[in-house]
Design a protein around this ligand. Structure first.
Ligand code: ATP
Ligand code: MG
Length: 317
């Protein structure tokens, strides 16, 4: 509805992890380059970690696009609540490897055989597991065992584990040290600096069709950055909401007041959208995030903006 008023072709601050919109901060650029290098060089095990809403899934989707062009075979799993017996089922299904048996040993044999065939054909096979912070220790241990599928010189399966900072904490557990030792590259996403926030907003507006005439006042973007603590997902939320209220008022460029109003709506003036410091109790942390998510969800549904969780898994071969 507001698109025409602001001269846009589409909604610039959609909450989906759309790789077309990926803004390459220095950090994201480095992480993307490392992921590409690690996979091409058959490094085996790579992690991608970062705070909630900082672009991990969007980056993974960009990586999948690249892998697709590079003719790699990919399996993308984001249902990280799976158990050890689901894991192999999911991997075989994603790689489209037919296997009549549901016995683990048979499935592993089948996978190994298929991977060797890919290797002979000079094809790369990549397993990407998103939301990996939720994986149980036993599933993580199963994943470690998959890194044993190798020739005498190279790993047959490249594995990317992507998740929130809790994943890093989990990987520090003594019982997961074997897995930790196998991680060859660690990539990150991070909070945006204020300069990056300005460039991020400009880039999303450009991709959505903006012609360069200011849509947001610089002060409005400064304020969105402050409330969002540099988290892109929250910046999107504030900017989307601010665009809607500015449109209602027929106001252009968008002023800081429209951003403050959005921040109040999401209670960002009361609750910070980032994890509280370590000494805060888990209960308080959970309560804070829950309230934030509840408010955000409610407001989103009112404005009919899809959340990333609504998006079905992208399936790319
Ligand atoms: N560098 C970026 N460029 C463009 N958009 C971004 C960037 N980082 C995040 N976003 C946007 O922010 C929103 C959240 O991103 P995404 O879902 O990728 O985060 P995430 O790190 O996977 O979050 P979670 O930890 O909750 O899974 C999406 O709308 C996404 O497009
Ligand atoms: Mg994600």
């Amino acid at each position: 509805m507001y698109q025409t008023f602001f001269g846009l072709k589409e909604s610039p601050f959609n909450g989906n992890p759309d790789p077309r919109y990926l803004y390459l901060t220095k950090q994201i650029q480095e992480s993307l380059a490392s992921l590409m290098y690690g996979i091409q060089a058959r490094k085996g095990f790579i992690t991608l970690t970062g705070e909630v809403g900082t672009g991990k899934t969007t980056l993974v989707n960009r990586l999948l696009d690249w892998l697709h062009q590079y003719k790699a075979r990919t399996a993308y799993i984001f249902n990280s609540r799976l158990n050890t017996s689901d894991l192999l089922d999911f991997i075989l299904a994603e790689f489209e490897i037919p296997c009549a048996s549901r016995t683990k040993s048979q499935q592993l044999l089948r996978l190994n055989h298929w991977l060797l065939e890919r290797y002979r054909m000079r094809e790369t096979a990549v397993l990407i597991i998103d939301e990996a912070q939720n994986l149980s220790n036993s599933v993580l241990e199963e994943i470690r065992l998959l890194t044993n599928l190798e020739t005498s010189t190279e790993k047959l399966l490249q594995i990317v584990l992507s998740g929130q900072p809790e994943l890093e904490e989990k990987l520090k557990l003594p019982e997961l040290r074997q897995l930790r030792q196998r991680i060859t590259l660690r990539c990150k996403t991070s909070l945006l600096s204020i300069e990056e926030t300005h460039a991020y907003v400009a880039e999303r507006l450009r991709i959505a069709g903006a012609n360069g005439t200011p849509i947001f006042s610089p002060e409005a973007i400064d304020l969105a950055h402050t409330y969002a603590h540099g988290i892109p997902r929250v910046i999107n939320l504030l900017c989307e909401h601010a665009l809607i209220s500015a449109y209602t008022e027929q106001q252009r460029p968008v002023q800081p007041a429209a951003v403050s109003e959005a921040a109040r709506e999401f209670q960002l003036d009361e609750i910070a959208p980032i994890a509280p410091p370590r000494d805060t109790t888990m209960e308080e942390a959970a309560e804070g995030s829950e309230t934030f998510l509840h408010n955000a969800g409610e407001a989103l549904s009112r404005f009919h903006i899809g959340s990333p969780e609504d998006t079905p898994a992208r399936k790319q071969k």
